[in-house]
Design a protein around this ligand. Structure first.
Ligand code: NAI
Length: 402
């Protein structure tokens, strides 16, 4: 079939298998160009199919030469509908890993469930023996609690008082005002339960209990801080409470990892266009402005450059540095005071008439469609393409774990 982008708001309901494979290939090239990283050889990535998790898996495999197990929650094609981008990217990753002689296994299903954890533990034991690194990169709007069965939803709301700002429809470039009412205590509780640290600790406890963490094993999860303009809806809002919880979990996990000499880290990463971040009010407008400023300064990075820097400098490069709260900071270039001063100076002037010239909204759009495999030079989008693509390690049971 011919596959074209079909989108509403921040959701694109189609994905292009060849374009998704091109996205993976380009990330691999970026990692290879950086040269080998003396890092882990057996890696488990939770949330491995898109965004920061995929970039981490690619860096571990093609930078460190690691065998990887990736867990994600994606939908295969049913012949009429395309698969999700994360499905195609996982398939492409496995094919590239196979060519490179790197072990790669994937599980598709709900990482919050005990069932997928069981399957992952068995896979680690059978294929890798133990793991040296666990990357926790899940981003989800909901979680079914594995012990209580409660269905929990995360919301993106301020806490304590309403928040008003401007936001953009990045497809049309129309800038409008947005007002968001504060979250209830119940909404805060549920958001922390979805995006906080509890599930991360369930994973690490389960791996520890079965002796599947190698001596000196490391685990890392991803957080965000961002600029003052988004603080009310992000860092001081419901998702920020979840990130506080995630960061506190790193401290308790480091204590629990002491018997194996391991450590748990949170890495604060840069704002980037991903499926998760495009859903957050105000953030696409900020990211468009940030991209313009950072590209002009030559300091712009994507997920893959961030992951390479995290691995090669902090986790495995011998120059680990932590902030006053014990966090790794690869958002340093974003939060450079000069960059943020420029953001603050331009922000008041951005409106529908000026957005194309003052921000990199065009770059935002390009990146958004590339998340789904569209808009890559060298991909023939007029060619007939089969939407049904196997993930090699799942080929005998494409819905494994659902
Ligand atoms: P993403 O939407 O690109 O990736 C989410 C991943 O989680 C996908 O692999 C998806 O399949 C998987 N997933 C979702 N629900 C699942 C479930 N129930 N079971 C198994 N897998 C599931 O998200 P992104 O942006 O890469 O976010 C990853 C982490 O990085 C999050 O903690 C996010 O807060 C953090 N982060 C993101 C930033 C950004 O600007 N995108 C900036 C800094 C941190």
């Amino acid at each position: 079939m011919l596959i074209e982008p079909r989108f509403r708001g921040f959701i694109c309901t189609t994905a292009h298998p060849t374009g998704c494979a091109e996205s993976v290939r380009r990330q691999i090239e970026t990692v290879k160009a950086r040269g080998p990283i003396p890092g882990p050889k057996r890696v488990l990535v939770l949330g491995a199919s898109t965004g920061y998790g995929l970039a981490s898996r690619i860096t571990a495999a093609f930078g460190c030469g690691a065998a990887t197990i990736g867990v994600s929650f994606e939908r295969p094609s049913d012949g009429n509908r395309t698969a999700t981008a994360g499905w195609y990217q996982t398939a492409a990753f496995e094919r590239e890993a196979c060519v490179a002689g790197l072990g790669a296994w994937s599980l598709n299903g709900d990482a919050f469930s005990d069932g997928i954890k069981r399957q992952a533990l068995d896979l680690v034991r059978d294929q890798l023996g133990q793991v040296d690194l666990v990357v926790y990169s899940l981003a989800s709007p909901r979680r079914q609690h594995p012990r209580t069965g409660e269905l929990l939803n995360s919301v993106l709301k301020p806490i304590g008082r309403p928040y008003a700002s401007k936001t953009v429809d990045f497809h049309t470039g129309v800038v409008t005002d947005v007002a968001i009412e504060p979250a209830t205590d119940e909404e805060i509780r549920q958001t922390v339960a979805v995006m906080g640290g509890e599930d991360w600790s369930f994973w690490i406890d389960a791996l520890l209990a079965e002796g599947l963490l190698a001596p000196g094993a490391t685990t890392v999860a991803y957080s965000y801080i961002g600029p003052a303009v988004t603080h009310p809806v992000y860092r001081e809002g419901t998702i920020g409470r979840a990130k506080d919880d995630l960061e506190a979990t790193a401290q308790t996990l480091t204590q629990r990892l002491s018997p194996v000499g391991g450590r748990a880290f949170v890495s604060v990463n840069k704002a980037l266009v991903t499926q998760a971040s495009s859903a957050i009010p105000v953030v696409p407008l900020y990211v468009s402005l940030l991209y313009k400023i950072m590209k002009a300064r030559g300091t712009h990075e994507g997920c893959i450059e961030q992951a390479v820097r995290l691995f090669s400098e902090h986790l495995y490069g011998g120059s680990l540095s932590l902030d006053e709260k014990g966090r790794i900071r690869v958002d340093d270039l974003e939060l450079d005071p000069d960059v943020q001063a420029e953001v603050a100076a331009v922000w008041p002037d951005v409106d529908t008439g000026s957005i194309e010239s003052l921000t990199d909204i065009a770059g935002y759009r390009t990146e958004f469609f590339r998340l789904f495999g569209f808009g890559f030079d060298g991909v023939d989008y007029a060619a007939d393409v089969d939407p049904e693509v196997d993930i090699p390690s799942l080929a005998t049971d494409p819905g494994a774990g659902d």
